[in-house]
Design a binder for this molecule. Structure first.
Ligand code: UDP
Ligand code: MN
Length: 376
């Protein structure tokens, strides 16, 4: 029979082991937290959020042709959960992604200014007169020297209106993968030539809150590798690796329609694979559109992670859920047509919808009320 004294010693021994193990875990945890928070911008692993496949995938590409494995098993369920999510979305911490890094707090490494940024806007011949006027009247006025429009034809009228900032890429004027990758490829090469510290890409249906964009970039060092943007799917994209058949690879990409930025340091590392038109070849190889190709190059080939910036917005999100009292903090807005008479636009007091169907004039006056066309 085990004596009481022996049992007591056994219990004491076990307690000691448990206390020692607990102390080690606590110590280890606090050390690793301290180490990660001292490494510049702090990051956080979070989970959750999705709505639908990226526009680019849903439109031009089918799963079979592109070897793509859409990360969404039940689109209807995803749609429901997305709606639930967005209605209660009030802050950055409320939007979740599966295993993706979110930038939270940052240090200010360098005094980044607007003149350090190269802003490219992708457009096309048929959209000049429909989409460019509202951009030229609003946010372009705050970044005239930095913003360049990449299109597919010569247009004297808009060349003049943009002070010579239209670039004819000579890419085809269609919305297919090759044409879009072709434009992105030229945008990237032109950026490299400028020597600027940051490359930011937008679509011609984006409103860019210019000073807020500059404040964002000022939080990151252009001498480090940064890929800043926002995914439109809640899980990384999975595709079949064409080099090693049957092997799956997965990566995140920033939706082009929300805008994204690359630091110069990262862009320089991309030169061997992406410069001088090589971007197009990669897009052709993986048969995916420009924004996905960008994610493939950066996340898969270069192994640099996307940093999610929640304040970038594409029209894949329902714009009406963005709250007006947060507009100063948002970096991009967008718009689209749900149907002939219903648009996906931000909800904002301001100009009449006939005068301002995209709401960009109203956003601009809300943010910069001193602008000449704003009511006083
Ligand atoms: N675009 C283009 N060529 C085209 C159609 C569109 O370069 O033939 C550009 C357009 O100017 C925009 C982007 O691609 O900057 C996305 O186009 P759109 O907003 O029409 O479609 P989405 O993909 O957002 O539904
Ligand atoms: Mn669009």
């Amino acid at each position: 029979m085990v004596s009481v004294a022996r049992l007591k010693r056994l219990v004491q021994g076990l307690t000691l082991v448990a206390v020692a193990a607990y102390t080690t875990i606590v110590l280890y945890q606090s050390m690793s937290t301290a180490a990660s928070s001292s490494r510049g911008p702090s990051r956080q692993q979070v989970s959750g959020w999705q709505e639908r496949a990226p526009r680019s995938i849903s439109k031009d590409y089918d799963a079979i042709n592109s070897n793509i494995i859409l990360p969404v098993a039940d689109p209807a369920a995803v749609h429901r959960s997305h709606n639930a999510k967005v209605t209660r979305k009030t802050s950055e911490s409320d939007t979740n992604y599966n295993n993706v890094v979110l930038a939270t707090g940052t240090s200010r490494p360098v005094g980044t200014q607007l003149s350090d940024v190269f802003i490219s806007v992708k457009t096309t011949r048929n959209y000049h007169k429909w989409r460019l006027p509202v951009i030229l009247k609003t946010w372009f006025q705050l970044a005239k020297d930095q913003t360049w429009f990449f299109t597919d034809s010569d247009d004297l009228e808009y060349q003049e209106k943009t002070n010579g900032h239209m670039v004819n890429t000579n890419c085809s004027s269609s919305h297919n993968r090759k044409a879009l990758c072709c434009k992105m490829s030229v945008e990237f090469d032109v950026f490299l030539e400028t020597g600027k510290k940051w490359f930011c890409h937008f679509d011609d249906d984006n409103y860019v809150n210019v000073p807020r964009l500059v404040r964002l970039l000022a939080d990151y060092s252009p001498q480090e590798d940064w890929y800043l943007g926002k995914p439109s799917i809640r899980a990384p994209l999975e595709i079949l690796n064409r080099d090693k058949s049957a092997q799956k690879i997965s990566f995140w990409f920033a939706t082009g329609g929300a805008g994204f930025c690359l630091s110069r340091s990262l862009a320089l590392k991309m030169i061997p694979v992406a410069s001088g038109g090589k971007f197009i070849s990669i897009g052709e190889k993986i048969r995916l559109p420009d924004d996905v190709t960008m994610g493939y190059i950066i996340e898969h080939l270069l192994r640099k992670p996307l940093t999610v910036i929640d304040q970038f917005h594409s029209h894949l999100e329902p714009m009406k859920f963005l709250r007006q009292d947060t507009f100063h903090d948002q970096i991009t807005f967008s718009y689209s047509h749900y149907s002939r008479d219903e648009m996906n636009v931000v909800k904002i007091d301001g100009f009449n919808k006939r005068i301002d169907p995209t709401r960009f004039l109203s956003i601009h006056c809300f943010l910069f009320s001193y602008s000449s066309f704003c009511p006083r």
